[in-house]
Write a protein that binds this ligand. Sequence first.
Ligand code: CP
Length: 300
Amino acid sequence: MNKNSLLSMHDLSTNDIIHILRDASLFNVSYSDWQLPCSKALVANLFFEASTRTHYSFESAELQLGCRVADVQTSASSVTKGETLYDTVKTLESVGYDAVVIRHSQDAYYKELEGINIPILNAGDGAGDHPTQCLLDLLTMYQEFGTLEGLNVLICGDIQHSRVAASNKTALEEFGSTVRFSGPKEWEREGYEHVDFDEALPKADVVMMLRIQKERGAAIQGLSDAEYLKQYGLTKERYAKMKENAIIMHPAPVNRGVEIDTDLVEAPKSRIFKQMSNGVLVRKAVIKRAFGYAPFEEKK
Ligand code: CP
């Protein structure tokens, strides 16, 4: 496996994370025009699961860095003829691609890819990890609070199926923040501290709402969208009880009127669209790192 791959937040030390977040921030100011040498930047994007934000923000980041990009149509590839994921990725490596970005429904799919030499960037694996989403979440929190230490983060909803919850727990606890979870009992996850939403919400710095992952089989019989919002979602009444400086986050896609009241998606405390813009900056930093470039020096 290439050492510059990014597969899981467990692969990154706090120092690595700080370097990526700093590079992402510098891409927004003094290094906005920085590009990779064209001859060494052929990137293939393989999305075996639906995606808007991750797919197109990776593509935006790649194009901004001067990469040439192959958007592999997985439904029209030889995967449909029974080819393994390993053989597909090995083929892309053999025909000249320098890096691959992969989203797949299987947890830790990358364990099959030990024999691949080019960097692999994980764009989400089942309910496993979503490292670039976590990095953009960390950047958004850092911009807001100037630190990742001592934050009180409340993640609400379908915890069991959420790779976003898993990645954020790993990273935020490493930095010394407290991460607690709430939502339906059916979707609690072992090893995660579950708390009462209404008790925890007024103390939280960050309230991160999650979508119900229906594609992973999440469903509660007989619970309507309106009832879900009332019991587990961010309603206007709950919003009014948030701390003055607290923020709302959501990895999106958002199911308006289910996990969050539609009027709150762009409310003053919401950073949901800011998270998406930060996604491009973070992915530029991760791609730069994948190609072996050291962290930027601050320009004087
Ligand atoms: N947050 C996220 O991963 O969104 P997409 O599924 O649209 O990529």
